[in-house]
Design a protein. Sequence first.
Length: 291
Amino acid sequence: MSAEFSSKREEGSLASGPSFRSNQRKILNLLLERDASFSISSDLPRTPVEKKLFGDSANLSILSGDLGLKKMVSLCDINMTQMLEEDSNQGPLIGDFSKVCALPTVSGKHQDLKYVNPETVSRFLEMVAALLLGEFQGLIEKFYIIDCRYPYEYLGGHIQGALNLHSQEELYNFFLKKPIVPLDIQKRIIIVFHCEFSSERGPRMCRSLREEDRTLNQYPALYYPELYILKGGYRDFFPEYMELCEPQSYCPMHHQDHKAELLRCRNQNKAWEGERQLQEQIALLVKDVSP
């Protein structure tokens, strides 16, 4: 099943399910009622998606929670790369530094990655209704949710439309073998990664795509500059937004009925990783001996 949500309706899209039609009604109601129900907070920074959906008078907390409260940190806690990437007036920039992040970000386990919370993703899924209706054709071309869990976990319940890629080989073949290029360079391709907890597998796959992308382009250009991690993973998303999952269930990685599959998937991934490292070493050796 594809995780691709594009600005044009496609066969088998999310618009076919009852829950999605319900989400359509919700988002259209928000668009119609926003002036009456949203409080004004014009001093808070807004992402392009928030501006497009809620207008300049919308309260930022509607989409991303209470972002008006910022965590105070000492200078020694600030990552220098983040300081270079962020504009204090606009927020964090995407990977090629060309635009501000479309989605509101939150802090997470890995400081070098950008996180979004489950509420943001759930509302973005609702926004797909508006996207298919043409509301966001000028901003977003494609939106992917990449589920990095093992296949038995994915089949046991996943976010609607999520694409199951659990190995770096699958990731490379899907995104980089023939890179997906927007028809309009001003439009965005947004990719959100997650695993069960978004602690290891999701972040590792996100980093892998970014690293491979860097090697294929001249810095700072990227095919996919806008990558996010779903904070808390499927574990936190499922209980809050069960209606956006299919089937509406949750299979943990360490489920007792899937011990053999877990071992097989881990061994397979180790073999793929070993092959990738060997190829990288050979490439370095060839580069060193070449005139």
